[in-house]
Design a protein around this ligand. Structure first.
Ligand SMILES: Cc1cc2nc3c(=O)[nH]c(=O)nc-3n(C[C@H](O)[C@H](O)[C@H](O)COP(=O)(O)OP(=O)(O)OC[C@H]3O[C@@H](n4cnc5c(N)ncnc54)[C@H](O)[C@@H]3O)c2cc1C
Length: 427
């Protein structure tokens, strides 16, 4: 055990590593306690996408925008691209989304390909139905549909970012310890030590500050600490398909189908009625299927009805139909992908730990204890801004204006009751 208490960070996912990195940068001595290998849990399973496009949520937009500013420090490791996100569907709803996201830059509307900028790092390009096939030939089959190209968006290597943080932390004197956080011990009402399992034994680990970044372990950990915050864990899966026939456009941005859809034909539905687990998938399903090129293939994601689970481990087990559902979800966008029905993809996934308003829990929990959790489907893109602001909280420094709106204490305000029912489906 350390003689002088240091900062103890629980969890070496992307959020714990980022918090540890920024705390070490402030000159603090930092140790990370991790029960598995670093970056082996949710942070290993993300689609690695990022966007400064958060319709109606300026705080999240500011958090991600700051993170993407900071990512330049790790640019050689993360290979960011700016291909954007391309939402495809009914023009009116795309227009409304764009109007709620002034933070993404100006809205440009296109009736033909001549005004559409091929390269742009900023702004939103609304491609009207009459121009869709001309601008995106692979979407030419879609009659009457428009597309919204979000330009401050793309993808990057999350593992590269994690390795950069880990290496940076080591250079600043931080260390990684294998072990499990079990609970808090108090003296005079104030938390002073962590109860931890190290190897076969248990020990008390005095800390100067404690940061909890347990990813999907958050709901269980809050229970163990006797804290009540509205957070659930939902399994989300993704599938990687090889693309030997070149059916997924290699140059595409992240493609998102922004309309409700049905996955099965009436004949298929009749055949599948007997499969109890599939019944929820047989009716109309919400928007949100998405995919992008990856290596020699493509990633497909569609999680229309994420259940709530109490995670028994770090990662959920994908149901047998997860890959096919993800593939079928992309058919409205790229009907030629039908050619891959029957192909067995590589499927994996992780838990989205999330709150009702899909905002994170970032800031103090009680004196000397901080939380970086509930980062839902955006923890990789938000990690650097979150780590930076958490270090500022911990040292009592000035905070950006949006930081208070993400703090766990917002739920202590009796007037603040966001409803789960209103929670929007998020990628
Ligand atoms: C399918 C999928 C796609 C996604 N796509 C994107 C995307 O495109 N862009 C994006 O930004 N985000 C995406 N995300 C979300 C992103 O992956 C997560 O928000 C992020 O990885 C969460 O990081 P974390 O550090 O909080 O959790 P984790 O990476 O899960 O790390 C938490 C760590 O804490 C450790 N831990 C927990 N409890 C204890 C304990 N008691 N003692 C010791 N260690 C403990 C765990 O072992 C784990 O290593 C996606 C997620 C999924 C599942």
């Amino acid at each position: 055990m350390p003689a002088n208490p240091e900062v103890l960070v629980v969890g070496a996912g992307i959020l714990g590593l980022s918090a540890a990195y920024f705390l070490a940068e402030k000159g603090l001595r930092v140790a990370i306690l991790e029960r598995e290998a670093p970056l082996a849990c949710t942070s290993d399973k993300s689609t690695e996408c990022c966007r400064v496009f958060w319709p109606g949520d300026e705080a999240l937009a500011a958090l991600v925008a700051r993170s993407l500013e900071l990512i330049g420090m790790f640019a050689p490791l993360v290979h960011p691209n700016c291909r954007g996100y391309l939402y495809v569907g009914e023009e009116e709803s795309l227009f409304l989304m764009a109007q709620e996201a002034a933070h993404a830059g100006p809205l440009r509307v296109h009736r033909g390909a001549s005004t559409y900028p091929k390269e742009a790092a900023w702004g939103l390009d609304l491609v009207r139905p009459e121009a869709l096939g001309e601008v995106f030939p692979y979407l030419g089959h879609l009659r009457g549909r428009a597309a919204l190209h979000v330009r401050p968006a793309g993808w990057f290597s999350a593992q590269g970012l994690g390795m950069g943080l880990l290496e940076g932390l080591r250079q600043k004197g931080g260390r990684l310890v294998r072990g499990e956080f079990l609970g808090l011990e108090r003296e005079g009402g104030r938390p002073r030590s962590a109860r931890v399992r190290l190897g076969e034994g248990e020990a008390l680990w005095p800390f100067a500050l404690l940061v909890l970044a347990p990813g999907p372990g958050l709901p269980g950990l809050l229970g163990a600490l006797g804290l009540e915050l509205p957070v659930v864990a939902q399994p989300h899966f993704k599938a990687w398909f090889p693309d030997p026939l070149g059916l997924f456009p290699r140059e595409a941005p992240l493609l998102i189908w922004n309309e409700p859809q049905e996955l099965f034909t009436p004949e298929e539905r009749a055949l599948l009625q007997e499969e109890a687990g599939l019944i929820p998938l047989l009716g109309p399903l919400p928007p949100g299927a998405h995919g992008r090129p990856e290596g020699e293939g493509f990633l497909a994601l569609y999680n229309p009805f994420p259940a709530e689970e109490v995670p028994q481990g770090c990662l959920p087990t994908p149901p047998p139909w997860a890959g096919e559902v993800a593939l079928r979800g992309l058919f409205p966008l790229l009907p030629r992908l039908l050619g891959y029905l029957g192909v067995r993809p590589r499927v994996d996934g992780g838990y989205y730990a999330r709150t009702p308003e899909n905002r994170p829990l970032l800031g103090p929990l009680e004196e000397g204890v901080f939380l970086a959790g509930a980062f839902s489907g955006y923890g990789v893109m938000a990690a650097l801004g979150a780590g930076e602001v958490l270090a500022r909280w911990a040292l009592g420094e000035d905070l950006p204006s949006w930081a208070q709106t993400l703090a766990p204490s917002r739920f202590q305000n009796p007037g603040y009751r966001p409803s789960w029912a209103a929670a929007k489906a998020q990628l």
